[in-house]
Design a binder for this molecule. Structure first.
Ligand SMILES: [Ca+2]
Ligand SMILES: [Ca+2]
Length: 130
């Protein structure tokens, strides 16, 4: 997954010239069915990572507070343990403005950005099938 997110970082850095919140989440692929776990990864006493498991115990969602302001800003969605989509609040204003769609949990299929703050994507890049 690290390589994928590094790729996303490069693409987006190229697109807007700004630093981009990238962190490879410390996911464990299996957990207790229908469970949630949270952690303070960076150690300031405030939870900055949450992971959810589905009814079969497969990874279903991860949330990350990349800038440590106490609000989750990076969300990874999984289906049957495979990453499908990443949603990012890159301005840390509690609004998602980047959606990244993955193929086979590894390849960037498409990404969308909301550059105007409308809450809807206005910049779309489709990489098609790889
Ligand atoms: Ca923390
Ligand atoms: Ca945050």
């Amino acid at each position: 997954m690290v390589a994928v997110f590094a790729l996303i970082a490069l693409e987006l850095a190229a697109a807007n010239g700004a630093p981009f919140p990238i962190a490879a989440p410390p996911a464990t692929p299996q957990g207790k069915p229908n469970s949630m776990a949270e952690m303070d990864l960076q150690g300031d006493g405030v939870v900055d990572y949450r992971v959810y498991y589905d009814e079969r115990g497969a990874l279903s969602r991860e949330e990350l507070d990349f800038n440590h302001d106490g609000k989750m800003d990076t969300f990874y969605y999984y289906k049957e343990g495979i990453a499908q989509r990443v949603e990012i609040d890159s301005h840390y204003n509690s609004r998602i403005d980047i959606w990244v769609y993955l193929l086979e949990g590894k390849y960037i299929k498409r990404y969308e950005r909301d550059t105007t703050g409308s809450g809807k994507p206005d910049l779309v890049r489709d990489f098609g099938r790889m």
